[in-house]
Design a protein around this ligand. Structure first.
Ligand SMILES: Nc1ncnc2c1ncn2[C@@H]1O[C@H](COP(=O)(O)OP(=O)(O)OP(=O)(O)O)[C@@H](O)[C@H]1O
Ligand SMILES: [Mg+2]
Length: 284
């Protein structure tokens, strides 16, 4: 067991061996990792509440426009200009909403990370991918120097099964396929062993044959680190394989929440029932 004692990010110990994956440092024992209370974004997200435990995998499903992405962006402190979140969001007991940009940027890419649908939005087209993977480790000082960060970056590119990671590290994003880019994004997100990973439809933009591979990598990456996962998807089959618990959003509200098994086998809300009927899951 790693010691889950409260460790401020600034005191995170450097990761020793580049390939030695460490578990994130948890918060105080007994506190949920993520606590969301009365979270509202204008009238687009209407005062929702939920928790994500340490290492827990929670699915967030619901129809297009129901507020899933805004929920994720609120947690990350990345809402677009003109939108503001109110309510309470705590990570490891520390409030995120209203935190200064400076404090948030200490957490982003470190204690919490996010993978978006479209990998190009997360990558810098003008920077070699190895450097982009090394960057969060340098910024958050989780590797002692450039050389160590570079080595760790190559190890991470290897861990997400990119071919010839040494060579791939020198490539620019446009030289990679969509699936390879999303592997790079995942490597960046996992670089500092985050306590929380939020994925917003991480495979939707990819070729079907690649989707399952990326999903497997996400799962392997979070299990290895005991990273908690908030996973936004339209795909109930994915929820069934990935998530312990599921939240169902409709029109800015969470209308149903429960264990994946309960929600997918005995949905209570009429909307969830419809969602399930429209999927292939019901047949199985
Ligand atoms: N920058 C913005 N300004 C105003 N309204 C916005 C903005 N971004 C999103 N919205 C609106 O907020 C609502 C929720 O959007 P959100 O992106 O969270 O939906 P979603 O559940 O992620 O949908 P999808 O499944 O299509 O990704 C939508 O009605 C959307 O039009
Ligand atoms: Mg969305």
């Amino acid at each position: 067991m790693s010691t889950p004692g409260h460790v401020p990010p600034s005191q995170k110990t450097p990761q020793g061996h580049p390939s030695g994956v460490q578990r994130h440092k948890g918060g105080p024992e007994g506190t949920p990792l993520l606590e969301v209370t009365a979270l509202a974004v204008g009238n687009l997200v209407k005062g929702i509440g939920f928790e994500v435990g340490k290492g827990e995998r929670v699915g967030l499903i619901g129809e297009s426009g129901s507020g899933k992405s805004l929920t994720a962006l609120s947690i990350m402190g990345l809402l677009p200009d003109g939108l503001r979140a109110t309510g309470l969001v705590k990570l490891n007991g520390r409030p995120l909403l209203g935190a200064s940009e400076r404090n948030l940027s200490r957490l982003r890419g470190n204690e919490m990370a996010m993978v978006f649908q479209e990998p190009m939005t997360a990558l810098n087209p003008a920077m070699r991918v190895g450097r982009q993977v090394a960057e969060p480790m340098l910024v958050h000082r989780t590797q002692p120097d450039r050389r160590a960060a570079r080595q760790a970056a190559v190890a991470l590119l290897d861990a997400v099964h990119l071919p010839d990671p040494e060579q791939t590290a020198k490539a620019y994003p446009h030289q990679l396929s969509g699936g390879q880019r999303q592997r790079v994004v995942l490597a960046i997100a996992l670089a500092n062993n985050p306590a929380l990973l939020i994925c917003d439809e991480p495979t939707t933009a990819l070729d079907v044959t690649v989707q399952a591979q990326i999903l497997d990598l996400i799962l392997a990456g979070v299990s290895e680190r005991e990273t908690a996962l908030l996973f936004i998807t339209h795909d109930l089959a994915v929820v069934a394989t990935v998530c312990d618990r599921v939240l169902v959003m409709l029109d800015g509200e969470i209308v149903e929440a429960g264990s994946t098994h309960d929600v997918l086998t005995a949905p209570k809300h009429e909307y969830t029932q419809r969602l399930l009927k429209a999927s292939d899951l019901e047949a199985s």
